[in-house]
Design a protein around this ligand. Sequence first.
Ligand SMILES: [Zn+2]
Length: 370
Amino acid sequence: MGQGAYRPRSAKVSKFPTALDKNTGEIIPLKDLRDKFFAAANSASPKAALRTLRETFHLACPHCQSADLVFSFGSQNPDGTINAIAGSNIAGNPAHLKTKAGETHGKNCIGVVIPQESHAIDAQKGFRIHLNLKNIPERHPRTNQLITRDSGGKIVILDPDLKDRAPWECSKPEKILPLMKSGQIERLNKSVVIYGGRKIPWGEFFIPSINAEIENPNLTRFALSFFADSATGKAFGHPLMIDFSFARASYSNHQDEKGLARYYSFPKSAEIYIPALGCNIKIQPQLRVENQHLLDQMDRLHRTHGEILLVAQRPFIYKRDDKTNTYILAMTLTDPDMMVVSNPNNIMATANKKRASPPSAQSQPTQPHP
Ligand SMILES: [Zn+2]
């Protein structure tokens, strides 16, 4: 019996590999917190140093962003070994982030609906970004189903590739911004977006602003996957998050029995070769805003900000006419929650700054953004 040091065979997995610091809006990896807290604990006046450190951060759940978290040393030593639970030879918990006593997570928060002991996270792999958790199928197994819920409402991962990816909840587009700004650029590029039964690579999901006649690799990847799908009869594409820059947009209004709708047209893409069609095409994004209420909100947003990120759930590509090789990428705005005001250049600048500055630099990839 005693306090022998153990390395557990499979360390208990923290369901919070990162925390949101509400003071700065930054996402902080557990590893960085662990380094700071151990440094404070080993300093000349550990009590004061730890108190100062705890006051520096306002840690919260990175998923729902409502419940506060606290850092716990668990039974871990600075050298990484884990002490046994007193009076036993069972290894204790490694250092981790836990929900602060009395705090409640948001409804459907991924930090609580995914069982803690479920899966070890591979920090080299990209995230799995759950778009709209409400749409997760209940138990009706079918081929290729990626995730389901058990009878208690917890998420069960069925797809082996998803199991060791760190989860990120994105019920609204704005929830993805902290991740985009976190400086984990290479990991984000390797991430996948989960929507119903679809697993969408990040590079096909997020399409930065389209400038006329300029190659946009993300749009090319989306178009290729769209036409590959349409060849198998699935005409609608997967959800897209697209950056609409209104500086070069034109629009037309359409009044019908349902009221006023507006169609915004954005610059055409460069030519994209589509093997399924056997020719080059150009793609022109078009956004339909389907009623006066949405139009008012959108008008206000883009007049003030110039750019909007928007998630379109069912984008569709169709040929504009028989004379040109232009195809319309048609998207509809149906819900104001699908819009978020943001400027991708600012997001990229914040991400690059975070990536370049220690201490995250040691634990984060440093490959340039394509
Ligand atoms: Zn939460």
